[in-house]
Design a protein around this ligand. Structure first.
Ligand SMILES: Nc1ncnc2c1ncn2[C@@H]1O[C@H](COP(=O)(O)OP(=O)(O)OP(=O)(O)O)[C@@H](O)[C@H]1O
Length: 253
């Protein structure tokens, strides 16, 4: 049995209602620190709605969210970022006309919030932010493209950069919503390798449709259906579960 302290994130009876319809309907999710934990389920199962509740983009209509042992249900989205929750940015948040390095530097600067405006800390901080940008560039294997404008990267590389921007804030929990969607077949292994690599020093909560990625990099999988958790367990456990096969994996397993 795991003690509650082992869970970085835990929801209790979480609900999100859109009018009379419950997109999230009593979810008890437990995410252990240091794991890649993936949420799967058919279209409309409530995966993105659950993410919205976790990040604070939407206010849950009932239930509790414990992050690092604290109930954050009343915290606004920016307060949750400050506690160490990061959601990967959408492509629209890249500065297309700035270099790859500058995008990362700005993401690192964003972590400091108002402190970034303190003139006396400014020069030191700028150096720290550039160092962070260079470390992340290496991790993304984009060092050779550091001075390229973000808008000139391939679609796949832009998505990789997005993920890189979210790790610049040194999050405790990295949340990725379908990071491979729209990616060409050649770019998918790069993203898969990156997420797997990030899982070595981050807790990653992932929504992903590509079953071969899910099964190869996840330590835990939660299967959602109709706003609820259908099954949770290791990839082997989930793959063997008859309910999952009929609800979701039918065509892919
Ligand atoms: N703003 C909204 N108002 C009303 N219903 C909504 C709203 N957003 C989502 N829904 C509904 O909530 C349900 C869950 O949607 P959600 O996007 O969370 O599912 P999902 O599992 O992420 O699906 P997908 O895999 O297609 O992205 C769907 O039936 C959807 O139509």
């Amino acid at each position: 049995m795991n003690s509650p302290a082992q869970y970085l994130l835990q929801t209790q009876d979480l609900e999100l209602a859109y009018g009379a319809f419950h997109a999230v309907n009593g979810v008890n999710l437990k995410v252990e620190a240091g794991t890649i934990h993936t949420i799967i389920g058919p279209n409309g199962a409530g995966k993105t709605s659950l993410f919205h509740c976790l990040t604070g983009e939407r206010q849950a209509t009932a239930g509790t969210i414990l992050f690092n042992g604290k109930n954050i249900i009343k915290k606004p989205a920016h307060g949750r970022v400050g506690l160490g929750m990061a959601r990967s940015f959408q492509l629209t948040s890249l500065f297309q006309n700035l270099s790859v390095r500058e995008n990362l530097r700005l993401a690192a600067q964003g972590r400091d919030g108002l402190a970034a405006l303190n003139f006396w800390r400014h020069l030191d901080s700028r150096r720290e932010h550039l160092e962070m940008a260079d470390q992340v560039l290496e991790r993304l294997q984009l060092t050779a493209r550091a001075d390229t404008l973000a808008g000139e990267l391939s679609h796949g590389q832009q998505r990789v950069l997005e993920v890189g921007m979210s790790i610049c804030s040194r999050p405790k929990l990295l949340m990725l919503d379908e990071p491979t969607s729209g990616m060409g077949i050649d770019d998918i292994p790069i993203m898969t390798q990156l997420i797997s690599d990030l899982g070595r020093d981050h807790t990653v909560l992932l929504i992903e449709h590509n079953m071969s990625i899910v099964m190869s990099i996840s330590q835990r999988i939660t299967v959602m259906s109709h706003g609820q958790i259908l099954v949770e367990g290791t990839p082997e456990f989930v793959r063997a579960d008859e309910r999952v096969r009929s609800a979701y994996l039918g065509e892919a397993a």
